[in-house]
Design a protein around this ligand. Sequence first.
Ligand code: NOJ
Length: 606
Amino acid sequence: MTDFNRSILPDAVRSNGATPNPWWANAVVYQIYPRSFQDTNGDGVGDLKGITSRLDYLADLGVDVVWLSPVYRSPQDDNGYDISDYQDIDPLFGTLEDMDELLAEAHRRGLKIVMDLVVNHTSDEHAWFQASRDKDDPHADWYWWRPARPGHEPGTPGAEPNRWGSYFGGSAWQYDPKRGEYYLHQYSRKQPDLNWENPEVRKAVYRMMNWWMDRGIDGFRMDVITQVSKTVDKNGKLPGEDGSEIEDYPVGEEGYSSPFSWCSDGPRIDEFLAEMRREVFEGREGYMNVGEAPGITPDRNEFITDPKNGELDMLFLFDHVGIDQEGSKWNTVPFEVRNLRTRLAAQQEAVKDAGWASLFFCNHDQPRVVSRWGDDSDRESRELGAKAFGMLLHMHRGTPYIYEGEELGMTNAHFTSLDQYRDLEAINAYRQRVEEARCQSPESMMAALALIGRDNARTPMQWDASRYAGFTAPDAAAEPWIGVNPNHVEINAAEEFDDPDSVYGFYKKLIAMRHNNATVATGEWNLLAADDEQVYAFTRTNGDDTILVVVNLTDKSAGLPGEVAELLGDGVAESQILLSTYDAVHGVKSIARGELARWEGVVIQL
Ligand code: NOJ
């Protein structure tokens, strides 16, 4: 196994304690998808010991916080986002002792650990759900149980309480013969939604969160937390439940209507989040929390993350990663700089005076940005594109998130056959759209999966050029749970680690800038050239200090927008170039010529 310990830790100042307040204002978070990061026991699935063994790598990169996707006990229907015991580690990943060791080793290196919190739903194998199947049990009301539609035989087609479809395919209602009723699941049928209206549910969740905080973790990333409050009428009914108005709800190509507008940003969300802060975080220090927030607008982000409202520290908004889909996730449309800028600008503008932003392009649900919006067809294009999108994201105001392998410029999987996919969303979508509803051709669906499917982000971390990319030993007993990307022979950490010009070297610089440059960390954000079709430009200002960020997000050269040229006047000196996707000399020449090369990005001190 390649050793990534430089023995001398980086000189970049760790954000912890280095910023005025709060500590995470200039922190960088690194997300680990544990099953794909590092396998140490040869079963083909990554584990906690594997993460501990790679902490020196993360320390060298310079990140401050590590967010772990779920490692709790789980039947793994949705790779751990279906939890059957919140207070245990799944044997796939290790033990509670391994978790304690990871925490201690991370803290020794100044790294914080944030765990995933999945409490919109549990697994159907959780003891709470099993108890809830009995109408006389105290847990009877812990989930969204509903009778069959009036006049229909329970369990027969069409008897579901309404026509909501699950985001993972099929009806959002599952009939349970034991209880003789249906339960709601926005996600898979093995992920029943918890009933947050019930105060006992909320108390149990807070108790569990406190248990983890007391054990030493540094906060939570909260899975679809803005979907826990549902819109019900004054009798507690969901839309269409009385059987009357069901035809009024628009039904999509797959034959279902979407629960999304009734389940996102519901009427009691602020109340629940404020209660959670009081019950779990009040009186604690040095933690952070971030809520995954589908359906939350930039304005609502401002409210929820404004410290005076006592809810969450930051949220992940999704409007900017939806720009290449129309109607359905699987109907993809081309990337346009303009659309990305409009969405990101709205997010930045909304938190100018209060609140905070999270910055991300990649995570375990999104494809790799370099393949999605950049160009991964050859080495040079790939490296330039990865740097351009990295620079753009990291120079915004907010807390940047790096998803494992993004710092190496890892690409999409380029799978060509359905049996290479492991994700239930991908497999179900294919079945439903191609085979059942027949609303998409096999070719078009395979193309959409290759572009946007979640497994693109889930192939094993590429540590080196060996048989399984160093993710697991070359002679491991089991194959990796999902195929290793063949391009690991070229794109891997061992190759890039000592090369300051690699994508890895570039990310180290981005992270160090956030730590060391107060303007990058907290300076005001102002958009330039709002209509440009190729170039995304803005300034960051902190008192007298202003930096300019200008990035060509296309594979063709681009004229410098007038507004930018005006600001630069006679051109710039090499010493003013703080960072470039090429190099400083190239940047100076491009500015003088008034034309940026393909994927050229420059950060300029004004
Ligand atoms: C969002 C998570 O990021 C995703 O991976 C998961 O499938 C759903 N929530 C359901 O938990």
